[in-house]
Design a protein around this ligand. Sequence first.
Ligand code: AMP
Length: 283
Amino acid sequence: MKTISTIQEFRKWRKGITGSIGFVPTMGALHAGHLSLVEESIATCQNTIVSIYLNPAQFAPGEDLNRYPKTIDADIKKLSSFQVDCVFLPNDSEMYPKEFSTQIQENFLSRVLEGNSRPGFFTGVTTIVAKLFNIIEPTHVFFGEKDAQQLRIVEKIISDLNYPIEVISCSIIREKNGLAMSSRNEYLNNEERIIAAIIQQALQEGKNLIISGERNSKIIRDKIIHTISSEKLLRIDYVSVADSKTLIEISDKIEGDILVSVAVYLGEIRLIDNFSYSVSSRR
Ligand code: AMP
């Protein structure tokens, strides 16, 4: 497994690569969720490249950039037990030289949910993703449903900007208690992990309502809010029942493909989770 930290060296190495190239962008502190994307890439593509870059542009001042877990040696060790061909590990001056002054901004899907709560977040994401696509030149990219809105926005910029790249979405990997795996779970102590698992339980209750035939989005939303609110230490940012493609909030009857998503604070820690559901096909 090659580790490369400059764009110039990467491009030199990339010239010698033939066949399909799967790319898994990450911010490090790798866990089983990230590794499932890596496995999917290895199963799908002839070559697999993983990037580890903690992108400062997607953190607002006051967010957890400085606190974000950095476990680079352990990350490389984890990746070296898979058939990963190259790990790209650029530093900040490589990705954002002093004179850097360009942004990529998606202007529809980025306005709601995470984008509403974290202004500028998706511009940071789409800018780094576009840069990485231009450097890596993958044929396939692997993104997790854990960050469902991000996945849809990446699909949108790939389409809008005509990148010849196929997006593969990968299911959410969870802890035993149902909590969606996240690098930010490192911030949680054991007691908080138990509390955080209520988020998934609430989503599951919402899903069960839909399975049992409920179609009123308000009733589904209220059920999820009620369960999360039963734990005093959890503070809801949003609970959304939206169209899965447009992310437009559904105010009455759910139909077609929907995305039910939540963002919840446990103290200072922001946790997100979701599920997708195809209403018509599973009646
Ligand atoms: P991050 O390092 O948080 O930027 O995540 C890198 C990629 O891993 C993104 O495509 C995430 O959606 C994906 N990912 C993170 N957590 C999970 C998880 N629990 N299950 C599946 N994919 C995940």
